[in-house]
Ligand binder design. Structure first.
Ligand SMILES: *[C@@H]1O[C@H](CO)[C@@H](O)[C@H](O)[C@H]1NC(C)=O
Ligand SMILES: *[C@@H]1O[C@H](CO)[C@@H](O)[C@H](O)[C@H]1NC(C)=O
Ligand SMILES: *[C@@H]1O[C@H](CO)[C@@H](O)[C@H](O)[C@H]1NC(C)=O
Ligand SMILES: *[C@@H]1O[C@H](CO)[C@@H](O)[C@H](O)[C@H]1NC(C)=O
Length: 340
């Protein structure tokens, strides 16, 4: 992966601008390209009156793209986020967030001054109540509209220079499915079906582990905000020597349905999960489609492709397409590493 691609995905994950802060989806903001929301704590832009941050021009690397992407000025993710915004909050100290209203990962307290370690547990060592809490948090995230973020439902050229925004509400959980899709989907070159598939900013390269670590930290963070449980940590599943899908039980991620082996058991809460995002950005890719049944597929592919659930394999394989459904497994597995 070229440096510019690497920078690209780092920018994508910059905590100040995830896709897309709700206050930055209005025509005003899109037309001015200034995504510097007010921090409600003191009523100032980026919490500047409290020294939390200030509004600043976004600078992106102007290094050339790698050979994987011989295009320029076509896909909205190029030079992220300049197509949409050229100013955003730059947070000071331990502050984070699109309005500097939150604490950086690992920091807590009203002024974000308290450093606290988070310890992630083996999923098989959770107590019954911890396990039930984990599942109920996931389910709450799946069913609660994110108060802070929206997702884009079209490409910028469809928005008349920002005067007709195209954004949709999304649940806290589905936001992460969407971001994952958005970073790894094919590049859109304009026109139906005109895509460049040989690119993926989250997989197939050295980006894989760091991208997903930040992704998990962000996910954990949003679950904490949602539930108010700031001690929550994602458990991990160490699947290196697993002979089968040990987490595929109704107590955990859902067993296989006895009625239809492609579905999750009706006794699992996950059997009622649906992804219905038909209005999203065109064109649909197979990758995105796969998320519709990601949980069910997790069961299915996991059993078939055990070899692919091996850390060494992931690290050594650059060009092997990792199927989207493995990511539910990574969400649990990569939680082992909390040093970031
Ligand atoms: C940011 O975008 C706005 C709106 O297009 C434009 O007027 C302004 O010049 C841009 N600022 C920079 C630093 O490019
Ligand atoms: C958007 O703005 C550009 C530059 O100001 C202009 O050339 C273009 O016609 C505008 N497009 C639309 C759809 O308004
Ligand atoms: C998103 O949900 C909020 C309430 O939760 C609603 O007021 C708003 O109209 C919705 N926006 C869209 C684009 O659906
Ligand atoms: C969270 O952890 C902190 C520090 O370990 C502890 O003082 C606090 O009681 C815990 N809060 C809850 C709700 O468990």
């Amino acid at each position: 992966m070229s440096l510019s691609l690497l920078l690209f995905f780092i920018q994508f994950l910059s905590p100040s601008l995830q896709q897309f802060p709700r206050p930055c989806t209005s025509p005003d903001v899109l037309q001015s390209k200034r995504c510097c929301p007010v921090w409600p704590g003191d009523g100032s832009v980026c919490g500047s009156l409290s020294g939390r941050g200030f509004c600043q021009d976004v600078t992106v690397a102007d290094l050339p793209n790698g050979p994987q992407y011989p295009h320029s000025g076509l896909d909205n993710r190029e030079q992220w986020p300049l197509v949409f915004y050229n100013q955003s909050c730059q947070c000071a100290g331990n502050y984070m967030g699109f309005n500097c209203g939150e604490c950086k990962f690992g920091y807590f307290g009203a002024n974000c001054g308290e450093r606290r370690e988070s310890v992630r547990k083996n999923i098989f060592q959770l107590s019954v109540s911890e396990r039930q809490r984990f599942i109920s948090y996931l389910n709450l995230a799946k069913t609660t509209i994110s108060p802070d973020y929206m997702i884009v439902t079209g490409v910028y050229s469809q928005m008349n220079n920002g005067s007709t925004p195209m954004f949709a509400n999304i649940s806290v959980y589905d936001l992460f499915i969407w971001m994952h899709y958005y970073v790894s989907r094919d590049a859109l070159l304009g026109g139906p079906g005109n895509v460049w598939a040989d690119i993926d900013f989250a997989h197939e390269s050295a980006a894989f582990l760091p991208w997903h670590r930040v992704y998990l930290l962000f996910w954990e963070h949003e679950i904490r905000k949602l539930t108010g449980d700031f001690n929550f940590t994602i458990p991990y599943w160490d699947w290196r020597d697993a002979q089968d899908c040990q987490v595929c039980t109704d107590e955990l991620m859902g067993a296989r349905s006895p009625l239809n082996p492609n579905l999750i058991s009706p006794s699992s809460v996950f059997s009622s999960w649906k992804v219905n995002m038909k209005t999203l950005e065109i064109p649909f890719t197979l990758m995105f489609f796969a998320f519709k049944i990601a949980f069910q597929e997790m069961l299915f592919y996991n059993l078939k492709s055990k070899v692919q659930l091996n850390t060494r394999f992931v690290l050594q394989t650059h060009k092997t397409k990792l199927k989207s459904q493995y990511h539910h497994i990574f969400v649990v597995a990569l939680g082992q590493d909390n040093s970031l």
